[in-house]
Write a new protein. Sequence first.
Length: 340
Amino acid sequence: NEYKSYLRMEFKAENDEIFTQINESYANFRGKVEEYYQSTAKCKAAIKKFEDQIEALEEKEEKLSEEDAKLIEGRKAEIEKMCNYLPKENHLLLMLFVGDFNCVLPRNEDKIKYKKQYEMFKLWYIVGQLFFSFINIALGPSRIIEGFLQFYLVWFYCNLTLKESILTHNGSRIRTWWLIQHYLDIVLYGFLLIRNDGEFSIQFSLYIFYMSGCQILQFYYQQGSLYKLRALGRAESMEVSAEGLRVKTFADLQFLTPFFFILYIFQLCNSYTLWHLSEHATNDERWEVVLCSVLFFFISIGNMFTLFRVLVVKYQLYQQRKNKKTTLSRASNINGNKSE
């Protein structure tokens, strides 16, 4: 009994010490939280003051020296990076889904972790749509499987747009067209889900199967390219892989272009097929089929325009680098001849 009493006393003393440490840690934590919010408010007030000063300067239309103009532009860029770590108002989509909740992650480690989760989410669900489209092709047209695939696509793109909105809110750069395309995809797959017509089933499954394969191929190419550029310090840590052609090297561009060009032609074929089916649809269903056809057409044209623009820009950069190397090579040869 004495031994048990001793153990109870020892346990109580140890437990009291631990509980005291918890209270001290929690009090310290609460103090740091209050300090964080106070520092955030002060920082936002200082940034607002800076922006008001620049705005007043621009309204007066005062001409600045080249040195001052560069200084202000540099400070604007720095403040833009700072704002990625400060709480800010959510844009429309985030307001609809999460309300006025602060979606800005304050630590760089948290931002990178969320970005990696987004990348893995996208990869695994692309593999999922590849699998379900293959099942629908292998087993033949099935309204149940096709309906499940279309529901899966609507759910996937709804989640993807929400995650991308949070990423852009935290400083990631995603092309506006890809964000718009994902909104259009939600509408498109939603109407196809409602319609769920077997006449378009196999072609649609083939399209999803091919698109998924292109996305997986492009995902691994982009990941490798971004890894190299981050190591060289030429890419931000919050840059993400994106659908479509967004590669960093001309060699990757040459390899991926044919695959994506075929994909965009496939989208035009889908548009034509649905337009042809609309001629045989009932009056109540015709507008839905026409809308899906128009959406496929608009997505295809938007993708082709983006592809063409990327090709032009990347080719120009490739030529500039090539010319620069040629110039440097000639200069080194001339210097070598002079030294001889």
